[in-house]
Design a protein around this ligand. Structure first.
Ligand code: NDP
Length: 795
């Protein structure tokens, strides 16, 4: 007689399909297909049409129109027309719309879950338990932001019309991540879903119509990459928000360079999943299930590189293999399935191609057993062993349910391997030793770190990447900031070209001083340095009279300065109190030399004695202000899920490039430098091209202020030549540029290589004396990147 245990072990799963009659009826009601949702109206599906397939059955679900430039034009026009009224509504009125949307989503949870499963191929278990509840949560959370906007973001305005392009892996959730904050802040939207998965966006548009969202506030233009490019490039779009591949992110960066549009990019990843020998191995194995086999591995933050400490590797892989045996891959509408269908034949082909390449490069592929359904795009989950860190599959995003694995010996080696990627989206750390786990979390270069957990999301916590995983954050306070601008920022006069052209030939003009032969040097790694090319340029002061010579830095000097800045990495690790002390000391020393700087400003710029005194006074105050902020602009603990500490840590970028304007040459330089270093960055500063002697005088102050060598590096020379090198440099993590409009376009284009965040002032003059324009939390926010660390607790 079989025991109960025998029976349990031999029991087969029966089918447990979720009913889809309601969705089928809805699809039948679409008639010839879906067009666009523009200005509150649903347009007919006009040719050319794209067929939407159910990836699990290959059955046709609908036809979707491919939006033309005219459709995009109509949508942007509608969004622009709706903007004044929508943005002027009291936050409470917008909150009510968002709340209504959230309620309607909740009422339709089952419908939306089934629709998403049929359109995308992801399992009903996930759409029902993860995607759709999170969508509702995002609208509730952002209804809250709309309500409290005035008090939480004083003196800010919405950005305007937002163009948003989303991918196919979390169609409705990505829509929610983009639409909810945009509308809460008072923007209007033109959104393009992926052509593979447009259906839940259509259902969402119906909800918006149902709740009476004013026409034109949300517009949906269906289509492919060309349609997406038309939205991003439309001249009347003020902000572009994109989620998708790093390649397309780069294209968009270049496409809109110099246009003045705000940009946020959420791109790919190759996220490490680090298992230490003291981890709860069974929990870590379950973690892998949620890391790489969740959503068929089509997850930008999937834990796709498993790093296991050597001592436990055999045991861990044995457990992982055993767990993989019982994974079920098949009909995603079946509630008992773990892994559904890959979104398209093309994506499946891409995945299988990469898997073959992994094997060809010598790795061993372990797959879950069992037959896959005969129709549809299914891919057995698995993992590689024997992958080298530099192999294709270790470096490239597979975007399928297969992880690579590596072993490591020490925590330092784990961190080195974890950071051996051009991406930096997420990481997962498994250890029962909290000290070790948090130390590794702090060292890993990633925007999101889960400790003893993985793939946890919440509307209240920021999500987004470091390095080539993009910039900008979605969710929470940080996400809201992406959809707002300082109120004073609109307009402003264009900044003229530098007053002083670089002249290296011997000076033959008028000079009234003997020290014209003394050349101001560069300041690199804490030392005064001659320009690599040995060249200098003549500096003209008040009345066009030569007042000195400045070193003419070249590309090599930029590289030297970046290298020196890298070596000063300890600055990010000292306490904020220490950094504040250095800044106070700097202010004190500047104060001592007040008269000298005032005289130099008058001599250099021809400004009045009163204005020069004011500039020096404000510079000293600014140093005090940022010294004060060094230990006050700190992170947060977000209220997200129960029994989770969700930390938002403000981390420095590392090495920042700062390119200074001509106006107020001392104050503007310090307005850029002080927030950067107060937050723990090291800076390579290109000083004012026309008034470079200020920088030379400044390094004398730095030398007496206990500023560690390499934290501040000062270069003088041709602004845009040096700015280009900084923009192209892979080891410069972020760039601020205050130059001309052409220079803005140039640095934004040149930065597409490593996709560093670039902040510019649009080539417009600002009043550096005004604290609203030249100082403040916006500078500190731009000088940091938020790392979200998730720390579950409880036995
Ligand atoms: P894409 O980056 O091409 O697609 C993302 C979105 O951008 C889609 O809506 C797409 O339209 C649109 N798009 C494509 N080209 C442009 C363009 N030039 N300008 C504006 N929008 C554009 O990703 P794929 O679908 O091609 O997937 C390729 C790989 O990208 C995957 O294998 C995966 O590695 C990665 N990926 C990463 C994602 C992430 O979340 N980080 C999400 C999706 C993919 P349409 O699809 O309609 O053509």
């Amino acid at each position: 007689m079989p025991t109960i245990k025998d029976i349990m072990n031999t029991m087969e799963y029966g089918p447990a399909p979720e009913g889809n009659a309601e969705v089928k009826a809805w699809l039948a009601g679409l008639g010839d297909g879906i067009g666009h949702f523009i200005n509150g109206k649903f347009t007919d599906a006009r040719a050319p049409l794209i067929e939407v397939l159910n990836p699990a059955t290959d059955a046709s679900l609908a036809q979707v129109a491919k939006g033309s430039a005219e459709d995009v034009e109509a949508a942007v026009r509608a969004a622009r027309a709706a903007y004044p009224k929508w943005s002027a509504l009291p936050g409470h009125a917008r909150a009510k719309y968002l709340y209504a949307i959230a309620r309607h989503i909740q009422k339709r949870e089952r419908f939306l879950s089934v629709l998403e499963t049929m359109d995308n191929g992801k399992t009903i278990r996930e759409t029902r338990d993860i995607d759709v509840p999170l969508v509702a949560r995002h609208f509730y959370h952002h209804a809250g932001w709309a309500e409290v906007l005035d008090s939480e973001f004083p003196n800010h305005t919405p950005v305007g019309v937002c163009g948003q392009v989303i991918p196919w892996n979390f169609p409705l959730l990505m829509l929610a991540w983009k639409v909810a904050p945009a509308l809460a802040a008072g923007n209007t939207v033109v959104l393009k879903p992926a052509d593979l998965t447009p259906l839940s966006a259509w259902a969402f548009a119906q909800i918006c119509a149902e709740v009476g969202l004013p026409a034109g506030v949300l517009n949906i233009v269906n289509g492919d990459g060309e349609t997406g490019a038309a939205i991003a490039g439309h001249p009347d779009v003020d902000k572009v928000a994109f989620t998708g591949s790093t390649e397309v992110g780069r294209l968009i960066r270049r496409q809109i360079a110099g246009s003045g549009k705000k940009l946020s990019l959420e791109l790919g990843g190759k996220s490490p999943f680090i298992v230490f020998e003291d981890a709860d191995l069974d929990a870590a194995v379950e973690g892998v299930v949620d890391a790489i086999w969740f959503n068929q591995g089509e997850v930008c933050c999937a834990g796709s590189r498993i790093l296991v400490q050597e001592g436990v590797a055999p045991r861990f892989f044995a457990k992982l293999t055993a767990r993989m045996q019982v994974l079920r891959t098949g009909d995603p509408l079946d509630k008992t399935m773990d892994v559904g269908a890959i979104v398209s034949r093309k994506q499946l082909t891409r995945i299988t191609g990469l898997l073959a390449q992994g094997e060809a490069e010598g790795a061993t592929l372990h797959r879950a057993p069992g037959a896959l359904p005969k129709t549809g795009n299914f891919c057995a989950p698995g993992f590689f062993t024997g992958t080298a860190p530099a192999s294709t599959v270790s470096q490239v995003e597979i975007f399928g349910p297969v992880a690579t694995t590596l072993t490591f010996r020490t925590a330092d080696e784990a961190v080195t391997l974890a950071n051996d990627s051009r991406y930096g989206l997420a990481a997962s750390v498994w250890s029962e030793n909290i000290n070790r786990a948090i130390e590794v979390a702090a060292k890993v270069k990633a925007g999101v770190v889960w400790i003893n957990a993985t793939n946890i999301f919440d509307a209240g916590a920021a999500f987004g990447g470091y390095r080539e995983s993009g910039f900008g954050r979605e969710g929470g306070r940080e996400g809201m900031a992406e959809y707002l601008s300082p109120a004073w920022e609109k307009g402003g006069k264009a900044r003229p070209a530098p007053a002083l052209a670089i002249e290296v030939s011997p000076f033959t003009g008028k000079s009234d001083r003997a020290d014209i032969d003394v050349t101001a040097k560069l300041y690199i790694g804490g030392k005064q340095a001659r320009a690599d090319g040995g060249q200098s340029y003549t500096v003209l002061g008040k009345g066009g009279v030569a007042i000195g010579q400045a070193a003419l830095a070249n590309r090599k000097d930029v590289r030297n300065a970046v290298e020196a800045a890298h070596k000063a990495g300890g600055w990010g690790g000292v306490t904020a109190h220490n950094r504040a002390q250095v800044l106070y000391f700097f202010a004190e020393n500047l104060d001592q030399r007040r008269a000298e700087f005032e005289a130099l400003l008058i001599d250099s710029t021809g400004t009045s004695a009163k204005a020069a005194a004011e500039e020096v006074e404000l510079s000293i105050r600014r140093a005090f202000w940022y010294a004060a902020q060094a230990d006050k602009f700190d992170g947060a603990v977000h209220a997200t899920k129960s029994r989770h500490v969700t930390l938002a840590m403000n981390e420095p970028f590392g090495v920042m490039g700062l390119v200074c304007p001509d106006e107020a040459p001392l104050l503007s330089l310090l307005s850029l430098l002080l927030p950067a270093i107060a937050m723990g960055n090291r800076a390579v500063v290109v000083a004012s091209q026309s008034h470079p002697l200020i920088a030379a005088r400044l390094y004398q102050v730095l030398e007496t202020s206990d500023m560690p060598g390499g934290v501040v590096n000062l270069l003088t020379g041709e602004r845009d030549v040096l700015a280009r090198t900084l923009a192209e440099h892979d080891d410069v993590a972020a760039l601020w540029y205050c130059g001309s409009a052409e220079g803005v376009a140039m640095v934004e284009t040149a930065s597409a290589g490593n996709l560093k965040p670039v902040w510019t002032d649009g080539g417009r003059l600002r009043d550096w004396r005004d604290p609203a324009q030249g100082q403040g939390a916006d500078y500190l926010r731009r000088a940091t990147q938020v790392k979200t660390i998730w720390l579950p607790y409880g036995e």
